[in-house]
Design a binder for this molecule. Structure first.
Ligand code: PHE
Length: 340
């Protein structure tokens, strides 16, 4: 029968075995540096670590067992230190590996960025400017907040004229308003310059219309003005026909109807045949500049003649792209806008 001391010594040796196998296991399983450090503290820590405990155990052993125990202790300690070192290296090394693994290489590569583009109305405006530019028209501009003189008076629209009704205009005061037409720019150009003149002006105009598929309280017009000696109605019709053929296509018919505007005489309305060919839609108004307008800006109507036109930009854009509801142009629905 073994002595109690011998039993105790055997337990000490077994504890060393357990310390070794559990320690190796902990270092092998550690997946990050925090886990390695935790294992190091638990097994190799010189304050509370199990190795420290095992070392102190030496003193309690029978002298005969001490030498063997000491050798075994040293080799266990060495193995654990190596395992700790190895675990540290493994985690340090594998860091970049893990970063690479977090990129999913099976995903489709080279995803294209979605590029934006100009709004269809802007595209239309750019094209119109380009087209009229080729016909010799330069670009003019005028303010959206206008005075009554440029919006009405100089355009031969006297104070009592129904077009000046407050219910049909956005007045800001007695004398200023949001312009209801781009014809204001005709006046601004002629006030500043002498003929010959060939300009187009594109911009917003405002009228208190109820919004529906074909109306809006704000829309865009392109105004044209040509003044020189000997300009005739034939020039007007030629320019508008050339323009319509280039912008809408040679298959799109347009027609001129007699009409009335205070600032042109004679006046016409210009229609285009809509898709399907079953209805005419108004493109805008036009005519020969009224002598009263020339007088308002100091031109001699006996020397100069000219034509002017004002076309709806939305209508042109809609006819061109077969859009049937003007509201689509203002809603900024990407599913719609993407198509242009
Ligand atoms: N300004 C007119 C309108 O808004 C259109 C027009 C412009 C008519 C130029 C004749 C000449 O209805």
């Amino acid at each position: 029968m073994s002595s109690p001391e011998a039993v105790d010594d055997a337990r000490a040796f077994a504890e060393l075995d357990a310390l070794l196998s559990e320690g190796l296991g902990a270092f092998a399983e550690a997946r990050d540096s925090a886990a390695v450090e935790a294992a190091r503290v638990e097994f190799l820590g010189m304050k509370q670590g199990r190795i420290k405990h095992a070392q102190e155990r030496l003193k309690t052993l029978e002298p005969s067992a001490r030498r063997g125990y000491g050798q075994k202790f040293n080799s266990v300690k060495k193995s654990l230190e190596e395992a700790c070192e190895e675990a540290r290296n493994r985690i340090g090394r594998s860091k970049p590996d893990r970063a690479v693994r977090s990129v999913d290489l099976t995903l489709p590569g080279n995803r294209e960025r979605r590029l934006g583009h100009t709004h269809p109305l802007t595209q239309t405006a750019d094209e119109l400017i380009d087209l009229f530019g080729r016909l010799g028209f330069e670009v003019a501009r005028g303010p959206e907040v206008e005075d009554v003189r440029h919006n009405f008076e100089a355009l031969n629209i006297p104070p009592a004229h129904p077009a000046r009704d407050p219910r049909d205009n956005f007045y800001l005061s007695e004398s200023s308003m949001l312009r209801s037409q781009t014809s204001t720019v005709q006046i601004r150009v002629m006030e500043k310059r002498k003929p010959p003149i060939r300009v187009v002006a594109i911009g917003r105009v405002y009228r208190p219309d109820v919004v529906d598929a074909t109306h809006s309280f704000m829309f865009h017009q392109i105004e044209g003005l040509m003044v020189d000696k000997g300009v005739t109605m034939a020039d007007l019709k030629t320019v508008l026909r050339l323009f319509a053929a280039s912008y809408l296509g040679t298959d799109v018919q347009i027609r001129f109807r007699p009409s009335f505007f205070p600032f042109t005489e004679p006046s016409v309305e210009v229609d285009m045949l809509w898709h399907g060919g079953d209805r005419w839609v108004e493109m805008g108004g036009a005519g020969m500049v009224d002598p009263n307008v020339f007088e308002a800006v100091g031109y001699d109507p006996e020397v100069y003649t000219g034509f002017a036109f004002g076309l709806g930009v939305e209508r042109l854009c809609m006819r061109r792209h077969a859009i049937d509801d003007i509201r689509l142009l203002y809603q900024n629905d990407v599913r719609f806008l993407e198509q242009f």
